[in-house]
Design a binder for this molecule. Structure first.
Ligand code: NAD
Length: 253
């Protein structure tokens, strides 16, 4: 084992939701390890082209709405057009809706499931078909959550979707390991991003959360960079169907 096994030079990584929060940090981490980046962003977020190309790798932005499947083939086609191959897919785009389970609406259910699990599955499928056609194998990293393991509160569709991500990661790993495709997930703990702004602004929830984190603070998006580079690299070639928690010790408590 040498540090070279973490080198991603010459690899192409697709990162969804790459313009903000955890996706942005993971795209920067993969770029720093040498990968060219395809950043998938929705209409409200700008791309990170300048920031990433400063690191000496190439960046292509693809604007796509992952609330429906029409952009899935387009993402693969445009990536191949730009770089000739894909090697890594990070399914990071995700949304959350908060309401009591008794009042939860169908649209708050469907909107979250469409982005957080349906698009994730069909992007995995499209990437895996491409990896098999290339005969190169590949790396898929799905972004799970503490709510892949726990119930949470007021986030029915989010918990269902992220629990689904955990199960799906294992199923796909079982089906695709034979093709040298590694499917794994990262479960971030409580990280300081737009997604968690409402609970960080709630003094009671904020205190309750901080009291439970052994590391004593909210995670920073950069805290995911080591995990994503590991799971995207040769160093993890025998790791299949794992969900790696990066949570300051939250689940260990
Ligand atoms: P964020 O809101 O900054 O990032 C979500 C990203 O998804 C954004 O870039 C957004 O543009 C993109 N996105 C949303 N809907 C989309 C759509 N329809 N089409 C295309 N892109 C879309 O929040 P974040 O915290 O960085 O979240 C990133 C991922 O990490 C999500 O899957 C989230 O569930 C997960 N996560 C976050 C935390 C946390 O504490 N912040 C913890 C566990 C898991």
């Amino acid at each position: 084992m040498t540090i070279d096994q973490f080198n991603l030079k010459g690899k192409t990584a697709i990162v969804t939701g790459s313009s903000t929060g955890l996706g942005q940090a993971m795209a920067l981490g993969l770029a720093r390890a040498g990968a060219d980046i395809v950043g998938v962003y929705n209409s409200t977020a700008p791309s990170n082209k300048e920031l990433i190309e400063k690191m000496g790798v190439k960046f292509v932005g693809i604007q796509a709405d992952l609330s429906n499947l029409s952009s899935v083939p387009l993402i693969i086609e445009k990536s191949i057009e730009a770089f000739g191959h894909i090697d890594i897919l990070v399914n990071n785009a995700g949304i959350i809706r908060r309401n009591d389970a008794l009042d939860f609406t169908e649209s708050d259910w469907d909107d979250v499931m469409d982005v957080n699990i349906k698009s994730v599955f069909f992007l995995c499928q499209a990437a895996a078909n491409q990896f098999i056609e290339q005969k190169t194998g590949g790396k898929i990293i799905n972004i799970a959550s503490m709510l892949s393991f726990q119930g949470g509160i007021k986030v029915s569709s989010y918990t269902a979707s992220k629990s689904g991500v955990n199960g799906l990661t294992k199923l796909l790993a079982c089906e695709w390991a034979q093709h040298q495709i590694n499917v794994n997930a990262i479960a971030p703990g409580y990280m300081a991003t737009a997604n968690t702004e409402p609970i960080r602004q709630d003094p009671v929830r904020n205190r309750q959360i901080l009291e439970r984190i052994p590391a004593g603070d909210w995670g920073k998006p950069e805290d995911l960079q080591g995990a994503v580079v590991f799971l995207a690299s040769e160093a993890s070639n025998y790791v299949h169907g794992s969900t790696l928690t990066v949570d300051g010790g939250w689940l260990a408590r």
